[in-house]
Design a protein around this ligand. Structure first.
Ligand SMILES: Nc1ncnc2c1ncn2[C@@H]1O[C@H](COP(=O)(O)OP(=O)(O)OP(=O)(O)O)[C@@H](O)[C@H]1O
Ligand SMILES: [Mg+2]
Length: 381
């Protein structure tokens, strides 16, 4: 267990006593001079749920250390835990610190006891719990409803009655993605900005890139501007995904049809993959080709589903020729979704999800089954 003690004067008696208290609780204590030094510290970057102690400094402006502690707790939410040590703290600063859910204040008088109390539950919080599960949606062909599937799954998982999740939708159709349009929100994920200056990527920039659809559903989609895939180093994308993973329980990725090598890395790093396709003969051929590629990536069978969209239905509303569709896909988890252009396009035109616009439509229920599978396969239940 790592503890980082931020103190300009590490010789001060109170600071040394604080370090001892932390050591007594089983922490390995490192001193750092300030927050900037903390961010440069590789041990800190790699540590699992590190504890950061920020005692008030003699001579510092009142509240300055508390403000810095709040900022750090917000930036590190869900990963590090920040404890501000001070004789007193203004109520509004205390509120802000606690609301970050990654910070607390303790007094000097009973610092040992309070530190024990505050850190008691920290070791028990597995960082894996605070890391989002990733579900990727891969189209085997253009226009097969990949974005619709991503959006509807996100809406379901973020609004389900039992354990609604905090969900991010990430549109990686870097040129001309339509995910933000589908929900009628302004895209803000300006990837060109971080491609040019990767060092600028921090929690504040993530805030700037976030488009909020509901309190539990955020969207990261690129504004329409010309950017070549090659201009975006894959490492930037992976760092971005890692950065937002701390904020959500699920990240749903709308992948582009055009293949680029990093898509394979994303697929291999996903907890579940939905391959979308169509039901016509050429569309099914494209589906089996994509499946053959996915098999080379060794995606485990229980993490891979095939969504065959826009299937014809018979007079009773059942999927027509289901056996013909499923035969080449035997051994896979297959979901057939009916064709219902009127409902799908009405939602698109309104910039709303099908779940909101037509919750009882049979297509909406078909989509719901895919979302349910995603929840189970990615262990989001
Ligand atoms: N089951 C369905 N029945 C009829 N139309 C549908 C169905 N699902 C989606 N659509 C419609 O198909 C069109 C394409 O949908 P969507 O944008 O989700 O596909 P996509 O695979 O993401 O396309 P793109 O290749 O452009 O990214 C939209 O007009 C959508 O409303
Ligand atoms: Mg799309």
């Amino acid at each position: 267990m790592n503890c980082f003690l931020i103190a300009a004067d590490r010789g001060a008696a109170r600071v040394q006593a604080l370090a001892k208290h932390a050591q007594g609780l089983g922490y390995t204590v490192s001193y750092v001079a300030d927050v900037a030094a903390l961010h440069r510290d590789r041990t800190f970057a790699k540590a699992r749920t590190p504890l950061v102690l920020m005692p008030e400094e003699a001579g510092a402006a009142p509240g300055a250390v508390a403000e810095a502690a709040i900022q750090l707790a917000r930036a590190e939410q869900g990963r590090a835990f920040v404890v501000h040590v001070a004789a007193a703290l203004a109520p509004d600063l205390y509120k802000a610190l606690v609301r970050s859910q990654s910070g607390e204040w303790i007094g000097w008088d009973n610092a040992a006891g309070e530190l024990r109390e505050v850190t008691r539950t920290l070791g028990a919080t597995e960082p894996a719990e605070s890391n989002a599960r990733i579900v990727s949606f891969l189209p085997s062909k253009g226009g097969v409803g990949n974005t619709t599937l991503t959006v509807e799954t996100g809406m379901r998982l973020s609004s389900r009655r039992k354990q609604p999740l905090r969900v991010a939708l990430l549109d990686l159709n870097l040129q001309g993605g339509t995910l933000a349009d589908a929900l009628d929100i302004e895209p803000r994920f300006d990837i060109a900005e971080i491609a040019a200056q990767p060092e600028r990527l921090d929690e504040q920039l993530v805030d700037v890139f976030t488009s909020r659809h509901t309190p539990r559903l955020d969207v990261f989609a690129c504004p329409p501007r010309r950017i070549a895939f090659d201009d975006v180093p894959p490492a930037i994308l992976f760092t971005f995904i890692d950065t937002i993973a701390r904020r959500y329980e699920a990240i749903l990725i709308d992948l582009p049809k055009a293949w680029v090598p990093w898509i394979d890395n994303i697929l291999q790093g996903s907890d579940a993959v939905v391959l979308s396709g169509g039901a016509t003969v050429p569309a099914l051929r494209a589906l089996t080709q994509s499946l053959a590629h996915l098999d080379t990536l060794e995606i485990p069978a229980d993490r891979l589903a095939v969504a065959v969209n826009a299937c014809d239905v018979d007079l009773l509303g059942r999927i027509a020729h289901r056996d013909q569709i499923e035969r080449p896909l035997s051994g896979r988890s297959v979901f057939c979704l009916r064709r219902d252009g009127a409902t799908a396009n009405a939602a698109l035109d309104a910039g709303r999800s099908l779940l909101e616009m037509a919750p009882n439509a049979r297509l909406t229920r078909d989509l719901g089954r895919v979302a349910e599978w995603c929840g189970t396969a990615a262990k989001l239940a």
